[in-house]
Design a protein around this ligand. Structure first.
Ligand SMILES: Cc1ncc(COP(=O)(O)O)c(C=O)c1O
Length: 184
């Protein structure tokens, strides 16, 4: 999958839903927020709208495809922009390059669910500036709809080192600025 998508590594997970939730939990924490297009798959919408707030993560939905509307919702607690290459079910296509520029200007990755891009056959978002690609392998990758699966592909393009303050979880020294403390 990493080769098909032009990434450097891929992680197989149990479903597309798991690919979304693992990515969300890996990158965001209490007090953070994400900015996502509102036309995402219903299960993803539910995760962002209902489950993310239960983890203390806010989701700001963008009801348009205008990159400037994404830019307007980003603040210093935003951890990523999330889009779908060909959205399910509206088939909208994002302006990858413009969104990548906006995300990178704010020191955050651009994430794309490329399930409808068919394993890179129709679309390879990493070629257009996306940093992390997700898939529901339950669909075309599995091919038969009989087996659940998901994939997370890292494009190797986002510089986590430069942005250690925003993503301290990826650094042995914990960065300098927490992603949010969780009391147990
Ligand atoms: C674009 C997209 N992402 C994620 C999912 C969720 O994937 P899964 O059913 O493998 O959990 C789906 C399922 O329809 C989907 O269409």
């Amino acid at each position: 999958m990493a080769a098909l998508e032009g990434g450097v590594a891929a992680c197989a997970v149990v479903s597309g839903t798991a690919a979304v939730s693992m990515t969300l939990m890996a990158l965001a924490g209490v007090g953070d927020n994400i900015v996502a297009v509102s036309t995402v798959h219903g299960g993803t919408y539910h995760q962002f709208k209902v489950l993310a707030p239960q983890l203390g993560i806010g989701c700001r939905f963008v009801p348009s495809n205008d990159p400037e509307d994404f830019r307007a919702l980003i603040d210093e607690k935003t951890k990523f922009i999330f889009v779908e290459s060909i959205s399910n079910p509206k088939y909208t296509v994002p302006h990858f390059e413009a969104l990548a520029e906006i995300a990178h200007t704010h020191g955050i990755p651009l994430i794309c669910d490329n399930t409808f891009g068919c394993a890179g056959y129709f679309c390879r978002p990493i070629d257009h500036g996306v940093d992390i690609v997700l898939h529901s392998a339950t669909k075309w990758i599995g091919g038969h709809g009989t087996t659940l699966g998901g994939v997370i592909v890292d494009g190797g393009t986002f510089d986590w080192g430069t942005h250690a303050n925003k993503f301290p979880q990826f650094h042995r020294d914990g960065g300098q600025e927490g992603s949010g403390e969780v009391s147990l």
